[in-house]
Design a protein around this ligand. Structure first.
Ligand code: SAH
Ligand code: SF4
Length: 358
């Protein structure tokens, strides 16, 4: 809840600064219990605790990858579960959060698509994933090092009002306090919502899932292309109002023999010409029900070499594939395929090799 909503929940008899105090306690200090918010008078705390619960997600399961990645299955107030992933790295940590339970977009290479859409997450549930994972790992004292990516389950631009509200809660220095330039939203290309996002004063950085070098190819992989054509999507990117420090990111999942040729790479360069952007390549993360294969590292390197001549181009390291935590692998029903949950040690001995899961 934002300050105005807290003010309303507190009632007109409370002075305005109480709502601000409560807001700070909830999002900045990460209170876990209303009764313990010591900045509020104890009578008010008791009244609040009697009438409200915080609705923070609870951890249903936690999976530990050999590479340090942790995947969380978090339980929401209505009993549904959602997935959040922590990717620790020296110097910075990234939390990948979900914006919907499941996804309606139906990309043919993505395991989340197999779930369909169950429901939108609320702003509190979106920001709550960050609060939970950060607290579980003691990351908040160094919140300036945290990166947030909205690349978990769901299409964030099909839940835009809640995504924007969550961004404000996360970015506000009095709230969670993670600067907007450290928050990234990834979309399959919902054009009207990209325009809407561009008009927001507080908004995450924008990443676009390109994944194809022609309209026909993209239609096969991402059925949303039927509604929002590739050429129109790139037009929307051209008119998107970037902030002075900002670049667009294009993500490209490489699928063996489908979209990974030298000709594809050259077409990508042409499509993105004159855009202030960088490209992130992701070699397909495989999974049950996904009818594609991962290209060899040499193919990925050759693709990168072509794109890199014209614009910055990086290969995203696969993270947590062994626990189904990598891009496009979030689909909770696979949880019985992965090593026993909550193995807190980081030892490879606890985790079967990747090949056991392919
Ligand atoms: N719905 C949003 C954000 C979540 S998907 C979107 O599509 O952008 C996050 C990223 O994972 C997208 O770039 C998507 O193309 C990529 N992805 C999905 N399935 C994948 C897979 N099996 N292997 C590699 N990347 C995948
Ligand atoms: Fe949804 Fe993104 Fe997966 Fe496509 S890639 S099905 S938009 S989560």
């Amino acid at each position: 809840m934002e300050v105005a909503e807290l003010q309303e929940a507190l009632g007109p008899e409370q002075p305005g600064f109480r709502a601000q105090q409560l807001y700070r306690a909830l999002y900045h200090e990460q209170a876990v219990d209303l009764i313990q918010i010591s900045t509020l008078p104890s009578k008010l705390r008791q009244e609040l605790a009697a009438r409200h619960t915080l609705g923070l997600p609870a951890c249903e399961r936690r999976y530990q990858s050999a590479d340090g990645t942790r995947r969380y299955l978090l339980k929401l107030a209505d009993g549904r579960t959602v997935e959040t992933v922590l990717m620790p790295e020296t110097g910075r940590d990234t939390i990948c959060i979900s914006t919907q339970v499941g996804c309606a977009v139906g990309c043919t290479f993505c395991m989340t698509a197999l779930m369909g859409l169950e429901r939108n997450l609320t702003a509190g549930e979106i920001a709550g994933q960050v609060l939970y994972v950060a607290r579980d790992n003691g990351l908040l004292p160094e919140r300036a090092r945290l990166n947030i990516v909205m690349m978990g389950q769901g299409e964030p631009l099909l839940n835009l009002p809640n995504v924007l509200k969550a961004t404000r809660l996360l970015a506000d220095p009095e709230g969670v306090g993670i600067p907007p330039r450290r928050i990234t939203l990834s979309t399959s290309g919902v054009i009207p919502a990209i325009d809407e996002l561009g008009r927001e004063p507080v908004r995450p950085k924008l990443a676009i899932s390109l994944n194809a070098s022609t309209e026909e190819q993209r239609l096969e992989l991402m059925p949303i292309t039927r509604k929002y054509h590739l050429s129109d999507l790139l037009e929307a990117c051209r008119r998107y109002p970037l902030r002075p420090w900002e670049k667009l990111t294009f993500e490209y999942a490489l699928l063996k023999g489908v979209n990974d040729s030298d000709a594809d790479a050259r077409r990508v360069v042409k499509l993105l010409a004159n855009l202030n952007c960088k490209v992130n390549l992701i070699a397909l993360n495989p999974g049950p029900g996904i009818p594609f294969e991962t290209p060899d590292p040499e193919r990925v390197a050759a693709f990168q070499a072509i794109v890199r001549r014209s614009m910055p181009c990086f290969v995203r390291k696969p993270r947590g594939r062994d626990i189904y935590a990598a891009c496009g692998q979030l689909k909770r029903v696979v949880s019985d395929l992965v090593p026993s949950p909550d193995t807190r040690q980081n030892s490879p001995a606890n985790v079967p090799p990747h090949s056991a899961l392919r």
